[in-house]
Design a protein around this ligand. Sequence first.
Ligand SMILES: [Fe+2]
Ligand SMILES: [Fe+2]
Length: 341
Amino acid sequence: MLKIKVNSLKPGVTLGKDLFSYDSTLLLPKGTIITREHLDSLHMRNIDDVFIMDSKAVVKSGRQFEDVYSDSLSVVRSFMLEAKLGKPLEFEEISDITGLLLEQVFEANDLFRQMRLMKDKDDYLFTHSVNVALLCILMGRWLKCDRETLKELGEAGLLHDIGKVFIDDSILNKPDKLTDTEYEEIKKHTLQGYNLLSQYEWISTNVANAALMHHERADGSGYPMGTKGFSKNLCVSVVAVADVYDAVTSNRVYSSKRSPYTAAEILWQESFGKLNPEISKVFYDKITNFYVGNEVLLSNDEIGVVIYVDPSQPTRPIVMVGDNFYNLAMDRSVTILEVID
Ligand SMILES: [Fe+2]
Ligand SMILES: [Fe+2]
């Protein structure tokens, strides 16, 4: 099931939930096959979104990444707010949205650019969940995982922080440094997420474990248990890397977003003893190569184009500015501040 904008709705799709007017009158029951007349009536009543049954019908009609992202965001917002109120998670909702994101990552070469454009559209928790799902699927594709595993990785990304719905907003959105007690409270999102997810038979153990373990670090510095050693679980390792990347490159209440190169640099450093190096290496190698040909803003205020990435120092490429070249591997005084769209 998927919530979509009436504007992108085509006749022939099946309604996934009863549709009510603003005064709570039942307009169309679940299962109604939408006709052109229904669409006209929905427009006249200023109804913006509806839940539909078959997300594949919409994908096949060639939807843009932006639409799919917005729709995913509204589904994530809706099931997270419902989970906060104690309502159950719905298999169809989660499964359909993951399937839809799977199609996008397969097709969208410019996923990173699109993700940058779509950030700050909603609360960090919701955009972060969609972004981490997309990044997990992307990493799964790079690791040549089968479709079943890709779906599991997508679900793990989508649900890894669901425990945060149980954390007080004043702590979650606190712009200042957290007190020790508040930090202990935040850490609980891992256990709370695990406890929620492990209640459902249709949610795999790997997905629940990713919620529990994505902040663990191999040197024992992570939480909630401070487990030492690298996890053997693919979902846990992939979510941990995607989570760091998205957190660094997003605006949050207490810190401004930093460039994909800074994120890659952090992943590089953390691959020595914290994050699973086999997974983080694939990510920072691919991601740094991804930006070859892109314009970047340098820390000396010059704008240049990334022209070459040395595999041994992927986060320090060669950048061309006019007729000059900066080899950032040699010239440590200059860094990449931003990737420009
Ligand atoms: Fe988390
Ligand atoms: Fe996270």
